[in-house]
Design a protein around this ligand. Structure first.
Ligand SMILES: Cc1cc2nc3c(=O)[nH]c(=O)nc-3n(C[C@H](O)[C@H](O)[C@H](O)COP(=O)(O)OP(=O)(O)OC[C@H]3O[C@@H](n4cnc5c(N)ncnc54)[C@H](O)[C@@H]3O)c2cc1C
Length: 501
């Protein structure tokens, strides 16, 4: 098989980059190891209900907002089945045993108004926070779909989230509330940049949406568009080798023995995996190679997907985020406690409006807890039972998590019909991540240049895309897809087209 552009991995990054390029006439092929495309956008069914494997809500899909513009240009926005979360509370945040439930509202003004009501003494601090949030986001050109100078963001890149929140207010509860949904970016007091928090949080404050019927619709719609533009996806083809010849990649070789020749290659996988695939690694500078090999992964997670007895639990059109303490400190607390946090995502019963048919409960867990079973592998493509000790361990953790959730939401345990657990090994095996970590490389404000990459590499025909390059999440990955496609099309040209769409 020979194509102009060969993309390894059909995650959102690979799919969107492919559509942007195919739309301009490039002959694009995506090679995906799984049967189901989409990586983290995959859904699965269990006890006759559909569950999202990872993506439970999206930001900035409102009219004129950034993800809406990108998806409109890609041709999929109009066909997405979306439900907007409650405008006055898209995320509720809770801490420890504090009975108070704090609300995060949509729309920056509404968000501030709502916080003023909850913290009447903190009006100035809340204003300072929203100003910094807006100012920070304004400095990231791609977030605003414009071309710009890297220097624009220089002043804010080194700001640390925890420190900025402390500068803004001495009210520790408000500090905690502002980063109460830090699970969205695996926030850590010592490592997280204010800008990471700002770009992610602001997109959900702008507007927050669930995909009705599952997030896999994004992948399916992009696939349909790709086909319309003449692109193809080869599924069930795991790339085992990128053959380097005369300083460039000549072909990608799959485990099946099939060879995919290309003029250009784009890796939508972890850069560590990309390096490992190269037949000749000496082509890369050792500084670059070491930077990638030394990158630490984000924390892992466990997800308990619960099918509820019909018509027993009210549907909540918002998410719950509980943290044992400050959400920026709970990853470090994992060595001592479990669970240290949870997020609950409700799915409405389409036949019984107002009731939830299922919930997914997400919580951090150390990937190292699963190291003893790291040599086992289980996915739909290679189904294999893991040993009973693994099953017992994940069951034990799931029960601890369900019991913690039941302290505040007893109905979720009482009305449980069945449940299915996903662990870091599930994520590793189904989504192809290196360790089963949540968001790929852990970004570190103290080592900015070590944890961010450009889409171009020293190998002239090898490009990168996906969550590990810059920012994770549906919006972050979509922005990077624009950069990857712009390597071929030119950024000014592509942005003009997106803005005119
Ligand atoms: C539990 C969890 C919850 C999340 N929740 C949200 C959320 O609510 N909202 C949000 O915006 N984001 C969320 N995210 C983050 C978001 O899902 C990801 O950042 C994003 O989808 C990653 O896209 P990607 O293109 O980088 O790659 P991935 O989705 O990781 O896809 C990579 C693809 O490459 C394939 N692949 C790997 N190796 C090979 C190979 N050798 N050959 C061929 N194919 C290969 C994989 O099978 C996979 O399909 C969540 C992530 C997780 C894990």
């Amino acid at each position: 098989m020979k194509h102009q552009i060969v993309i390894i991995g059909s995650g959102l990054g690979g799919l969107l980059t492919a559509v942007l390029l195919a739309k301009e006439g490039y002959d694009v092929a995506i090679i995906e190891q799984n049967k189901q495309i989409g990586g983290c956008l995959q859904t699965f069914s269990f006890d006759k209900k559909i569950f999202d494997s990872a993506v439970h809500y999206l930001g900035s899909l409102g009219e004129g907002e950034v993800l809406n513009q990108i998806f409109s240009y890609a041709g999929i926005q109009k066909d997405l089945q979306l439900k907007r979360l409650d405008q006055d509370c898209f995320d509720a945040v809770l801490f420890g045993s504090d009975p108070q439930q704090y609300k995060l509202a949509q729309g920056l003004d509404n968000f501030a108004d709502s916080l003023w009501q909850q913290f009447p003494e903190e009006k100035e601090a809340i204003n300072a926070y929203t100003r910094l949030l807006q100012d920070t986001c304004d400095r990231f050109p791609l977030y605003n779909l414009r071309n710009g100078d890297a220097a624009e963001k220089e002043e804010v890149l080194h700001l640390k989230l925890a420190q900025e929140l402390q500068k803004i207010t001495t009210n520790q509860t408000l500090q905690k509330v502002l980063s109460g949904n830090a699970i969205l970016y695996a926030g850590m007091a010592q490592k997280t940049a204010f800008s990471t928090h700002a770009l992610v949080s602001k997109s959900y404050i702008d507007s927050s949406w669930r995909c009705v019927g599952g997030s896999s619709q994004i992948a399916k719609l992009l696939w349909r568009k790709l086909q319309e533009y003449g692109g193809v996806i080869y599924r069930h083809e795991k790339i085992k080798r990128l053959v380097v010849n005369n300083g460039i990649i000549e072909k990608a070789v799959a485990a099946s023995g099939n060879e995919f020749l290309g003029t250009h290659f784009i890796a939508n996988i972890h850069p560590q995996q990309t390096i490992a695939l190269l037949s000749d690694q000496s082509i890369l500078k050792s500084v670059f190679k070491n930077r990638i090999l030394e990158a630490t992964p984000t924390v892992g997670c466990i997800m308990v997907n619960i099918v509820l007895k019909p018509r027993t639990v009210s549907y909540k059109n918002y998410n719950i985020n509980w943290n044992l303490k400050d959400g920026l400190e709970v990853i470090d607390a994992l060595s001592e406690f479990f669970p240290v946090n949870y997020s609950i995502y409700y799915t409405e019963d389409s036949h019984n409006h107002g009731f939830a048919e299922s919930v997914s409960i997400l919580s951090y867990i150390n990937t190292s807890d699963f190291a003893v079973w790291k040599n086992s592998f289980n996915s739909t493509m290679a189904a294999q039972e893991r040993e009973p000790a693994y099953t017992d361990f994940k069951e034990e953790k799931a029960v601890l998590l369900i019991n913690k959730v039941a302290e505040r939401f007893p109905e979720l345990k009482e009305q449980m019909q069945s449940y299915k657990i996903a662990t870091p090994l599930t994520y590793r095996d189904y989504q192809g991540s290196v360790t089963g970590d949540m968001y790929g490389i852990q970004k570190d404000v103290n080592q900015l240049n070590h944890t961010r990459f450009t889409t171009k590499t020293r190998i002239p025909n090898l490009h990168l895309t996906g969550q590990n390059i810059n920012l994770h999440g549906v919006l972050g990955v979509s922005m990077t897809a624009i950069s990857s496609a712009a390597d071929f099309l030119g950024l000014d040209y592509l942005l003009q087209k997106i803005n005119e769409a």
